[in-house]
Design a protein around this ligand. Structure first.
Ligand SMILES: Nc1nc2c(c(=O)[nH]1)N[C@H]1C(S)=C(S)[C@@H](COP(=O)(O)O)O[C@H]1N2
Ligand SMILES: [Mo]
Length: 323
């Protein structure tokens, strides 16, 4: 793990080692003809877990990198990212990766409804196969002030919105996570407003940065990261990036999300990253880099994505954009 700090806005080739190492390993497996073990191996054998591809070619998930999105910091290792997770459905702590393997992601049905020309019910893997996948290196900042940087595989949410054919009057898209307390024990905690729910304005959902993540490190998304598909909105605090989505509903009413229902003064609708606006219980000025031995770095406005997203908020008055 690299801990040495690099000049800002530069990323050298050696910073992408974790992923290239993975690619080499897979190339080797392929040559000796056992690449299929990647999909059949028991998830518990590997710390990071090997996810199901739902019958899709695993190579699909090692998509071409979109070089437009550069990092100013090293990528985290796959181990960092896949063993420290927030997924309250499986427990209110970070070590849920093993329990999350109980999630059955095949088949996985996604419903697109509400203010659309015609509701659609579609298998998640069929949906993924219709989309153009790409890889993007993004920063990710949790409201709890830890952060990471990783290579996502996914498709622009904009493409999903287009596919959904929303009516003109739709202003928001609301997303929901699966509901199954038999395997997700956290959902037995009745004081939480299950299922997990999040929402974006149509403008946010069609912003170039909004991604539907279906993979990471060139592989299908592991269950603990929200397989088979989750939202990735890197300019917002992590809780907006809802995992294991089963429903996209278009509406003209601003939704109240899961965490907003629990604690609206701390977790609002917009939740854009801003170092100057403290959380009710801690400062947001700096963040602890996962795997960085406790190292803290300065948090950037919109998590460093001001150029892409500031325009979305310029004319909004009287809104608490930053929590
Ligand atoms: N369904 C669901 N989605 C969720 C969460 C959750 O508990 N349940 N946690 C959120 C929070 S607080 C964060 S920081 C990110 C964590 O994503 P990661 O575990 O892939 O890093 O997922 C977000 N999406
Ligand atoms: Mo978070």
């Amino acid at each position: 793990m690299l801990t040495k700090s690099k000049p800002s806005w530069s990323i050298s080739e050696n910073l992408i080692t974790p992923e290239s190492a993975f690619k080499n390993r897979r190339a080797i497996l392929k040559t000796i003809g056992i690449s299929s073990i990647l999909t059949t191996i028991s998830p518990n054998v590997v710390g990071s877990a090997v996810a199901s591809t739902g019958g899709l070619n695993p190579n699909l998930f090692s998509a071409k990198r979109n070089l437009k999105y550069e990092l100013d910091r090293p990528l985290n290792t796959e181990k960092d990212v896949t063993t420290y997770n927030n997924f309250y459905e499986f427990g209110s702590h970070k070590l849920i990766s093993k329990d999350a393997q109980k999630l059955q992601t095949k088949p996985w049905t996604v419903t697109i409804d509400g203010m659309v020309e015609k509701p659609i019910i579609i298998d998640a893997h069929t949906l993924i196969s219709k989309m153009q996948l790409e890889e993007r290196l993004y920063r990710f900042r949790c409201v709890e002030a830890w952060s990471m940087a990783l290579p996502w595989t996914g498709f622009p949410m904009r493409d999903l919105v287009k596919f959904s054919r929303p009516l003109k009057k739709a202003k928001y898209v609301v997303m929901e996570t699966f509901m199954n307390s038999a395997i997700a024990k956290g959902q037995k905690q009745f004081w939480y407003p299950w299922p997990y729910r999040e929402g974006l304005t149509i403008g946010e959902a069609t912003n170039e940065l909004a991604l539907i993540g279906v993979g990471a490190y060139g592989k299908p998304l592991p269950k603990q990261m929200g397989a088979p598909l989750r939202l990735v909105v890197p300019w917002k605090y992590g809780f907006k990036s809802i995992k294991s989505i089963v429903r996209f509903s278009f509406t003209d009413k601003r939704p109240v999300s899961f965490w907003e229902t629990v604690q609206s003064e701390e977790y609002g609708f917009w939740a854009n990253v801003n170092p100057k606006v403290p959380h009710a219980r801690w400062s947001q000025e700096t963040e602890r880099v996962l795997g960085g031995g406790g190292k803290r770095i300065k948090t950037l406005i919109y998590n460093g994505y001001e150029e892409q997203v500031a325009g979305l908020y310029r004319n909004l008055k009287g809104e608490s954009l930053y929590y």
